[in-house]
Write a protein that binds this ligand. Structure first.
Ligand code: C6P
Length: 410
């Protein structure tokens, strides 16, 4: 038994929100793929930044500004180690995954031309579809989509067919948010390397909260994620880019801090990573992202993964005891996410509203992945997603709630 399992109560104590009630019901928070809750250490770090050292970074010679800068750059170093990047300047702070992928898709504009190809998959979040569609509109490039099978598994023989000299970018998520499916990302990257000159972008929004990430071992060019799904504040996120790949990109936003020299005739850009960090960053949030990394490392990703996996296995077994309940991508390798519907019991949002009345928070609807819903011929699913503080008792509460919902809606 891992150290984490023995300290389940202690872990829950560190998340004050878990003591909240919804109506008269204790909160059962199972919407972690949307955003995770924040431990005291992260909340304290955020608060103490604003109470003790709040100042703008990289700008002032005064003490507070220097302290704030030092703390934020320390956090950058933590992120570097967390994903095993070679250098701290390969870490660009953003607002989140959406901004990160938009940054890349915009910054690629000058490198992509008419007839070039960009490969994504059917399993993508809209954030990893629309920015590339916009890039295609700007440049005349063509989007290719890796299909999935009925288990939600990528059909990689299509990737083999698509890859070639024209492929400029391959951008695939590591883990699907809607289904929890873990994609064979190493294989995708290996194939892209063997068969094309493409840059590889990994949307890691749903994998960083669960797995050890080693961007050097993955050998991707870019790895993008959000802080708020991994116990850090909202409005934080990261684009990791290999130094050479980042150097080749044009800036995304223009403004303060991203220049080396600025005149009306010509502006030259700051070195990495600042070239991509125009304007005042989310200093407190970035420092608190460092605290979230400390928190996760203390518990250990292996322990987190093991715990979430055991919840997934338990939840699947219990859920399938409910009549007419269908789990999507049931046979695919998955993180602690179960996406399901109860046939003939209303639409997913009906189920979600009834669960909410019992204090149970799940996500319902299309999960910003309409192509997946279209593939399965449904409007949406009920999605329960687990984090390190969830328990089997909470799964039991969910199952009881669903049984009631089924009765009310059938
Ligand atoms: N998925 C969900 O409930 P932002 O919103 O920028 O932090 O992350 C966008 C995003 C990109 N890729 C994947 C795989 C994601 O899961 C998300 C966010 C949330 O599933 C909110 S829609």
């Amino acid at each position: 038994m891992g150290e984490f399992e023995m300290n389940e109560d202690h872990i829950r104590e560190q998340f004050p929100i878990l003591r909240e009630k919804v109506g008269n019901w204790p909160l059962v928070y199972l919407d972690n793929a949307a955003t995770s809750q924040k431990p005291v250490s992260v909340l304290d770090t955020y608060r103490s930044y604003y109470t003790a050292i709040n100042a703008n970074v990289h700008r002032g010679i005064h003490t507070l500004s220097q302290e704030a800068t030092e703390e934020m750059e320390k956090a950058r170093g933590k992120v570097q180690r967390f994903v095993n990047a070679k250098q701290a300047h390969e870490i660009v702070f953003t607002k989140g995954t959406t901004e990160g992928i938009n940054l890349l898709a915009y910054a690629f504009s000058s490198q992509v031309k008419k007839g070039d190809e960009i490969v994504i998959s059917y399993l993508e979040h809209h954030s990893n579809i629309v920015p590339w569609q916009l890039l295609c509109e700007r440049t005349g490039a063509v989007l290719k989509i890796i299909p999935i099978d009925e288990n939600g598994i990528l059909q990689l023989d299509f990737l083999d067919k698509y890859l070639g000299e024209k492929t400029r970018i391959v951008s695939v998520n590591h883990v699907s948010n809607a289904l929890g499916v873990i994609n064979p990302i190493r294989e995708v990257i290996r194939k892209a390397r063997e068969k094309s000159p493409a840059y590889v972008v990994v949307d890691g929004a749903q994998s960083v909260p669960h797995f050890d990430i080693d961007v050097q071992a993955l050998d991707c060019d870019f790895f993008v994620f959000s802080g708020h799904k991994m116990y850090a504040p909202m409005g934080t996120g990261v684009v990791y880019g290999k130094e050479q790949a980042l150097r080749g990109l044009s800036p995304f936003h223009g403004g303060g801090e991203m220049i080396s020299t600025c005149s009306f005739e010509k502006t030259t850009y700051a070195d990495l990573p600042f070239k991509f960090e125009a304007g005042t960053p989310n200093v407190g949030g970035n420092i608190a992202l460092g605290a979230a990394i400390d928190f996760m490392e203390k518990i250990g990703k292996k322990n987190i993964q093991k715990h979430e996996k055991s919840l997934l296995i338990y939840a699947e077994k219990k859920l399938l005891e409910i009549e007419n309940l269908v789990i999507y991508a049931e046979k695919a390798p998955r993180v602690g996410v179960v996406s399901f519907n109860i046939e003939n019991a209303g639409i997913s949002s009906d189920v979600g509203m009834i669960l909410d009345k019992m204090g149970i928070a799940v996500r319902t609807g299309h999960h910003c992945t309409q192509p997946i819903m279209r593939f399965f011929g449904i409007a949406g699913t009920v999605r329960a997603s687990f984090a390190l503080y969830n328990t089997k008792e909470e799964v039991d509460i969910l199952v009881e709630g669903l049984k009631k919902a089924r009765k009310m809606l059938s």
